[in-house]
Design a protein around this ligand. Structure first.
Ligand code: MIG
Length: 635
């Protein structure tokens, strides 16, 4: 059952699609104090778990840390961080009784989950206007389903978005893309999409393509498409401030950019230099921005990724002036260590600063709203601009669209990717742990940068990561400019990559069916073992295996120089090791097992009485034969 409590006059985040009559706050089941800040507190039993918060660091069970809801351009996903790109304000408190809590509030929230006190939860909402929802139910999965119905059906991408995808910040000219395509094709490596990062644009101007790099872009995109490759360009939130650039000129003339307190366009710097920030919270501005995607859909493009939409601000013109002044003050000081630190802070503090987020404004339903008070829906509304347009222009389930920043509600129109991870073994595990958490919050189409974005990848890391990626709806290999090349053909044992990627295509019919069912039925595709085996003390603590759909369990290898791993089976299962067209099966009983997994194998566990269908391997989804499937079952 859902209960709603309204405090003050909340900003319309459009997270929720059902209308629920609010109840008096006196019925709210937790201690709550109101004021400038709203504080919710409660005490847990030491055996209780807390799940949720979507895209966040640390475990599936969130106990033992302070998390923050504040969409952040955070490029270093270490355990000490509190916030990543998404703000997903839903948790389930799971003990003897279970209860879901959703805080629909678009500014900062601090979630002290058993950090200050080992059994104390203290949630600080930095404001006094919000909708609170509690969701009761018998099981975590049931609570999630009820919550997901409240927030509406999840985005379903086209089937080809389940193909393997290659990306790299640094592919620039036409030949780079052709070479990626041909290198995959030549070596029997499947591929459906190649991403275009910021390098394709003319001076980083959204919706432009650099002529020198792509003399005839439409012909190029058509040619790629005729070979079953979709090109997926990036779109950044900021619009270059440049007279004569039609997107800027139009947005400026219509007053569609965010303004400072005096009503002047707010100026900040991102990749293009000084940009205007489109006011995605203003419906007209949002529709206008969405319609700009037509420049590229007219070229045959049907997929996009939206970046830098927290929004990431390298600096603001005012912030730069302030820092400059500070440096000026310090200039003639004797260069002592404290002046040095002050200088350093003055410069480093410029990026993504709270001062800047507090100094620009939106017009939302005729109301002037300070950005800080609505920060967490900015990126979500940018992606909404795109997804609304794409649905109108291309039709339902025809376009691929996903975002870096997000808020619950954005899951109805788009997917997300998990941003700038590292080529670290620990980030395979972080990738796994985020999957059930984001599913709880509605995001089904999602995935991490396979192989890792920052830092240098190795052959074994990529193979092991792909063996998890085989199961994530978005299966994209992406890396940062200047890092070691990590396309599947860059390493010694190309055949091993071909073996692992073949498994993805074998599984696509199963994965896509499962995905669709989960979207239709408001279900989770990935679940912690704790959700399925609540009576099993051992299963309840497992954080490196997941249940997938109704049939399977997955348990990837995530440590270097290991030939396998330990797994816990909460019931008898069939271990299936998939590699190319090979299948090795072994029945295993309930309990702990060490399983050998070679670098070119993908381990999968099938539950008793269940079966899954496999297709023949294919080099892209267009060639996938979904009519001739064969079953692997455990009866
Ligand atoms: O400031 O477009 O997360 O995937 O490659 C970095 C360049 C901007 C951040 C994204 C990443 C992308 C990169 N972008």
């Amino acid at each position: 059952m859902i209960k709603k409590f309204t405090l003050g006059n909340p900003i319309k985040t459009e997270a929720v699609v059902e209308s629920v009559a609010p109840r008096p706050l006196s019925d709210f089941p937790f201690m709550i104090t109101t004021g400038d800040k709203t504080v919710i507190t409660f005490t847990l039993e030491s055996s209780d778990a807390v799940y949720g918060l979507g895209e966040a660091v640390r475990g599936i069970n969130k106990r033992g840390w302070i998390y923050e809801s504040w969409c952040s351009d955070e490029t270093n996903h270490t355990e000490d961080k509190r916030a990543l790109y998404g703000a997903h304000n839903f948790i389930i408190i799971s003990g003897e009784e279970k209860l879901g809590l959703f805080i629909d509030f678009p500014s900062k929230i601090e979630w002290d989950i058993c950090y200050s006190g080992v059994n104390e939860v203290k949630i600080t909402v930095f404001g006094s206007d919000m909708d609170l929802y509690t969701v009761s139910g018998e099981s975590e999965r049931g609570i999630v389903r009820r919550f997901r119905k409240l927030i509406g059906k999840s985005y379903i991408p086209p089937l080809w978005a389940f193909g393997y995808q290659q990306s790299c910040w640094g592919y620039a000219k036409q030949e780079d893309f052709i070479s990626v395509r041909d290198n995959h094709r030549k070596r029997n490596l499947p591929l459906d999409c190649i991403y275009m990062d910021i390098d394709y644009m003319d001076s980083f101007k959204d919706f432009t393509v650099k002529k020198e790099l792509f003399p005839d872009f439409k012909a190029f995109a058509d040619d790629m498409r005729s070979q079953n490759i979709h090109l997926i360009p990036i779109i950044d939130a900021g619009v270059k401030k440049e007279e004569g650039y039609s997107v800027y000129d139009e947005g400026h003339a219509k007053g569609y950019f965010c303004t400072d307190k005096d009503g002047n366009e707010f100026e900040c710097g991102v990749w293009p230099g000084i940009v205007g920030l489109p006011d995605f919270l203003n419906r007209d501005a949002r529709e206008w921005f969405g319609s700009q995607y037509k420049a590229l859909t007219d070229m045959g493009i049907d997929g996009f990724w939206n970046d830098m939409n927290e929004p990431a601000l390298f600096y603001s013109v005012d912030g730069l002036k302030k820092a400059d002044k500070k440096l000026e003050e310090l200039r003639d000081k004797q260069v002592d260590i404290w002046s040095f630190f002050k200088m350093k802070d003055a410069v480093l503090g410029i990026q993504n600063s709270m001062d800047d987020y507090s100094s620009f404004y939106h017009y939302m339903d005729g109301r002037k709203v300070c950005h800080k008070d609505a920060h967490n829906i900015y990126g979500a509304f940018m992606t909404r601009a795109a997804s609304d347009f794409l649905e109108k222009e291309l039709g339902k389930e025809k376009a691929l669209i996903f975002s870096r920043a997000s808020y619950i509600g954005a899951h109805r129109g788009s997917g997300i990717w998990f941003g700038d991870n590292f080529s670290w073994w620990s980030h395979i595990l972080l990738n796994l742990k985020m999957l059930p958490s984001v599913n709880m919050c509605g995001f089904l189409y999602c995935g991490a940068d396979l192989g890792g974005f920052n830092s240098n990848c190795t052959e074994d890391l990529l193979l092991r990561w792909l063996a998890l990626g085989v199961f994530t709806p978005l299966m994209r290999n992406h890396r940062a400019l200047g890092t070691r090349a990590q396309e599947a053909y860059q390493f010694e044992h190309t055949q091993w990559f071909s073996d692992v990627l073949a498994v993805r295509y074998r599984l696509i019919p199963y994965m896509y069916d499962t995905f669709r069912r989960c979207a239709e039925e408001y279900d989770m595709m990935f679940r912690p073992l704790a959700f399925d085996y609540p009576e099993d003390d051992m299963a309840r603590e497992v954080e490196d295996q997941l249940m997938l759909g109704e049939e399977c369990m997955i348990a990837p290898v995530y440590e270097q120089n290991r030939n396998g791993r330990y797994v816990y089976l909460p019931e008898d299962m069939l271990l299936v090791k998939l590699s190319g067209e090979n299948i090795v099966k072994e029945q295993l009983g309930r309990g702990v097992h060490y399983i050998d997994v070679r670098l070119n194998e993908v381990p999968l566990f099938i539950k008793k009485g269940k079966k899954i269908s496999l297709a023949k391997p294919a080099l892209n989804t267009a060639e996938l034969d979904a009519d001739n499937l064969f079953e692997v079952d455990f009866t």
